[in-house]
Design a protein around this ligand. Structure first.
Ligand code: BES
Ligand code: MN
Ligand code: ZN
Length: 504
């Protein structure tokens, strides 16, 4: 992994291979650029006046061995319209810059992106966004290629430059936090991108066990333990699979002993063929991503344990495949969940809610202060919100408001859909307590209605990441088409704010 450091100094004094200075639309310089202009006024003035690229965010203008500077190349980087500069834009710009430098074979670079003014953002906020962007923009998933395609890693060191020592401590703290968040996100992406023949429930359990921290305890139940515990709905979905299920419990006691934990529940469906209600074959390979809820939970645990976040967090992951076979559960079957509710299975492809209901009921027994679940739960959510926002539903008003705020801040965004009481009757069953589908109308909401039957009075938020957990087109911040790590930035921010407000 690339080494990112915070450093202080003027642009012309840096001796990294490349020094990057931003220029805003309208040829506007920031402080680092003004400093450079004092050293090489003729060249800088000429370039600013003649070039028209400054509005094209991310475009570079390299100046080779600029007079009075130490670097091989001084790059003027178009940073776009200053009124459009947000932390998200900064994160994206940094992601693109890091990927470009890497592709160009640069080994050491210094960048002055923290010099850009972002409304309401501190230096720490900006450094965090820049560092997250650089790590995430360099993400690769290539270990299955025997001959590696495209570029290999060249960029070894990136200096995030500040012009004075004033904010150095905050910037260094932000760097440490951003690194933990990026590594958590990358962990989630790596889990999501592994195919179903490798990322099995057993393997997912091993990945959970690979997380290590003195205050973290991880337990992985195998099939026998799951039978003994009575997670019968999970077992029903597992019937069609030759692979054993797993039930993973993570307990992080970073906070005060006795404080109720935040419970994070993640759907760990390692491959969803739909079961007997089989899916169409087009794009069925994408259903290897149906464990991205569990990947988010594991990525969050990786980040918060790296950060030693002082909070108690419980993680619960039910994991199985949803396949077809002579033993598979069938449309019409009535199964009894761990909590006792009977479920009429009308569509075996609505399996996520079936495995989650046992995990939610288990989480409730652990007396958490709130529950947040992550699931690639409904195709309807992809239709409603696409890839730009995670669906947010649930009963916990404060939790939901906190997630909205963190979504805005991290750009790992959420959008709320209602869980009006009237929707509940869509899942009432004539012969069991509930059915596992509520029909085509309001599919994302009726899935949440199903889950709501298992959370009792615990404040609860449900995150439907079906549209956000993976993308089929690369972006600057998520440059490998595939798992995005959605939910990790969101929750680390949410939990960090929770710690801050409890300290007030
Ligand atoms: N894992 C899918 C949801 C999904 C579909 C996520 C496409 C991302 C992209 C889930 O298990 C599922 O199949 N849901 C069904 C529910 C329906 C049968 C009530 C769906 O959304 O079609
Ligand atoms: Mn399904
Ligand atoms: Zn599924």
């Amino acid at each position: 992994m690339i080494n990112i450091e915070v450093a202080v100094g003027l642009a012309h004094e840096q001796n990294d291979d490349v020094v990057v200075v931003p220029v805003l639309k309208g040829a506007l310089l920031t402080a680092s650029g003004e400093g450079l202009k004092n050293i090489a006024p003729d060249v800088i003035d000429d370039v600013l006046q003649t070039s028209t690229i400054w509005g094209n965010t991310g475009t570079s203008y390299p100046l080779y061995r600029l007079q009075g500077t130490q670097a091989r190349s001084t790059v003027l980087l178009a940073a776009g319209d200053k009124t459009k500069l947000t932390l998200s834009a900064l994160r994206d710009l940094s992601a693109k810059l890091a990927a470009d430098l890497n592709q160009q074979g640069v080994e050491k670079a210094a960048c002055y992106l923290a010099d850009l003014a972002v409304k309401d953002a501190s230096v720490a906020d900006k450094v965090q966004a820049i560092v997250e962007g650089a790590y995430l923009g360099l993400y690769e998933f290539k270990h299955h290629q025997s001959v590696k395609k495209e570029h290999t890693k060249t960029l070894q060191t990136l200096h995030i430059m500040l012009l004075s020592n004033d904010a150095c401590d905050e910037a260094n703290a932000a760097l440490v936090k951003a690194k933990a968040i990026a590594e958590g996100t990358i962990f989630a992406r790596n889990l999501g991108n592994e195919p179903g023949n490798i990322c099995t429930p057993e393997w997912l359990g091993e990945q959970a066990l690979s997380l290590s921290h003195p205050s973290l305890n991880v337990t992985v139940m195998d099939k026998k333990a799951i039978e003994e515990a009575g997670f019968t709905a999970l077992l029903a979905v597992n019937q069609g699979s030759a692979k054993e299920p797993r039930f993973i419990v993570l307990n992080y006691q970073g906070g005060q002993a006795g404080d109720a934990p935040v419970a994070l529940v993640g759907k760990g469906l390692t491959f969803d063929a739909g079961g007997i209600s089989i899916k169409p074959s087009a794009a069925m390979d994408e259903m290897k991503f149906d464990m991205c809820g569990s990947a988010a939970v594991l990525g969050i645990f990786k980040a918060i344990t790296d950060m030693n976040l002082p909070i108690n967090v419980l993680g619960v992951i039910p994991s199985t495949e949803n396949l077809l076979g002579s033993a598979a559960y069938k449309p019409g079957d009535i199964i009894t969940s761990y909590q006792g509710t009977t479920i009429e299975v009308l569509n075996t492809d609505a399996e996520g809610r079936v495995i989650l209901c046992d995990a939610l009921a288990y989480a409730v027994e652990q007396k958490p202060c709130e529950i947040i679940d992550f699931a690639t739960l409904t195709g309807a959510c992809v239709i409603a919100l696409g890839g730009q926002a995670t669906g947010l539903l649930g009963t916990g008003e404060a939790v939901k408001e906190g997630l909205k705020k963190s979504g805005e801040h991290t750009h790992d965004r959420v959008w709320e859909l209602p869980v009006f009481e009237e929707y509940q009757k869509q899942i009432d069953s004539k012969i069991a307590d509930i059915k596992n589908t509520g029909g085509r109308e309001a599919g994302t909401i009726t899935a949440a209605c199903f889950l709501s039957r298992f959370v009792e009075d615990v404040p609860w938020a449900h995150l439907d990441i079906a549209g956000t957990a993976w993308n089929m087109k690369a972006t600057d911040i998520s440059p490998v088409a595939g798992a995005t790590g959605a939910g990790v930035r969101l929750l680390v921010d949410y939990l960090s704010r929770k710690v801050e407000t409890s300290n007030e």
